[in-house]
Design a protein around this ligand. Structure first.
Ligand code: ZN
Length: 136
């Protein structure tokens, strides 16, 4: 737990939230500033900064739970699509430095734009990158 962390305060009950699910490891709440109604945040109860320090066993559990939340949103609302969004670091859009996954309902004309233009690597670059990132 970190004193200055909003999500740690929510976990401890020091700040209010709209809870959807809770177990010993994970809390699911409604996003206070949703892109669309029903957007949920799946949060680890323990303070992990990001994906890079998250306990891998918890990663499996939190993804499973995010899928359950996604299915529930789909069953409840007439959505056209859904994003799972998980940001790591300010440059990636992480605003609260406590691991979380956004479960975002989407609609055809909701106006949400995830911008970015693809780059066009050469074959050499692709081969180099594939070799560097190859998992052992
Ligand atoms: Zn925290």
């Amino acid at each position: 737990m970190r004193d200055d962390c909003i999500f740690c305060k929510i976990v401890k009950g020091e700040l209010p939230s709209y809870k959807v699910y809770e177990d010993e490891d994970i809390l699911v709440i409604l996003d206070r500033f949703p892109s669309n109604l029903g957007e949920c945040l799946v949060i680890t109860k323990k303070h992990y900064e990001s994906l890079f320090d998250l306990d891998p066993a918890l990663g499996t559990k939190i993804f499973d739970l995010s899928q359950r939340v996604a299915v529930k949103i789909k069953e409840t609302y007439n959505i056209d699509g859904l994003n799972l969004l998980q940001n790591n670091g300010a440059s990636a859009g992480q605003q609260i430095n406590h691991f979380h996954i956004h479960v975002m309902p989407r609609y055809d004309l909701d106006g949400i734009v995830m911008q970015g233009k693809p780059i066009d690597p050469t074959e050499t670059e692709f081969n180099e990158v594939a070799a560097k990132l190859k998992l052992g």
